[in-house]
Design a protein around this ligand. Structure first.
Ligand code: PEP
Length: 249
């Protein structure tokens, strides 16, 4: 399975900086052919970045941070999957910041996934608990919440998704989940996904990934990639994370 490094730029960078960083990432992506390297810039910059990148290695792609749950129509400010299709290969869905600040719920998430899959954009479905807990029931609660997010979808649709385990308490805090904690959650996810889907569903980890912890996170066998927020805004550090992760055997 191809391993993924995804950079979520969130609502950061003005256009000139975004263009420079996108060029930098596209420039080094080819050095790590075992990885799929994807960046998710702010929505208004996608067109300019796509046009400016005259060379894109095949293992480099753009992602959107948002998509409308609706196919088209009177939804001011929304952008449809069809409109994104010429620009991106991936799209984040269910990120905790979208759930929190835009009240995106399971129904919206299912519709977004459906819309994306209709046009062939791969959803990156984010999930994770809000509080760190060593309770054995926590793993179950997290998986139940993920199942609710996918409830009305056919397994064939779920099979088209990448998944990202992002414990909310680890996002932007500088406190990533430990390897043991992540392994427990990821192992349970994989066991569930094995029953739910016909293939090994790819699972990324996200939450305070840095150059210092990328190698340790990379050694977790049940994790297939990393979703990187803050550090993905720094080309050199993002490259170092890719370098560490590509060394995984
Ligand atoms: C994220 O926003 O998805 C994320 C993982 O952020 P950070 O790496 O900054 O914790």
């Amino acid at each position: 399975m191809k391993r993924h490094i995804v950079g979520n730029w969130k609502m950061n960078l003005e256009l000139p900086e975004a263009l420079v960083l996108a060029q930098e990432v596209a420039g080094f992506a080819g050095d790590y052919p075992t990885l799929q390297i994807t960046i998710a810039p702010s929505l208004p910059w996608l067109v300019s970045i796509k046009e400016a990148l005259t060379f894109m290695p095949t293992n480099f792609a753009l992602a959107s941070q948002v998509v409308s749950p609706h196919p088209h129509g009177a939804y001011t400010g929304d952008v449809s999957a069809t409109q994104l299709k010429p620009l991106v290969r991936y799209c984040l869905v269910g990120h905790s910041e979208r759930r929190r600040f835009h009240h995106e719920d399971s129904q919206a998430i299912q519709s977004q996934i459906t819309e994306l899959c209709k046009v062939g954009i791969t959803p990156i479905v984010c999930f994770g608990e809000s509080k760190q807990s060593s309770s054995p029931s926590m793993v179950n609660q997290v998986l139940q919440a993920l199942k609710r997010d996918l409830a009305s979808l056919q397994p064939e649709v779920g099979e088209k998704c990448l998944f990202a385990y992002e414990p909310l308490w680890a996002i932007g805090t500088g406190h990533p989940a430990t390897a043991d904690y992540t392994t427990k959650m990821a192992t349970a996810f994989k066991a569930w996904a094995k029953q739910a889907f016909t293939h090994d569903a790819p699972l990324l980890y996200g939450g305070s990934v840095t150059t210092a912890n990328a190698a340790a996170l990379g050694s977790i066998k049940v994790i297939d990639g990393l979703l990187v927020g803050g550090v993905s805004l720094h080309g050199r550090e993002f490259k170092t994370i890719c370098a560490h992760y590509s060394q995984r055997v």
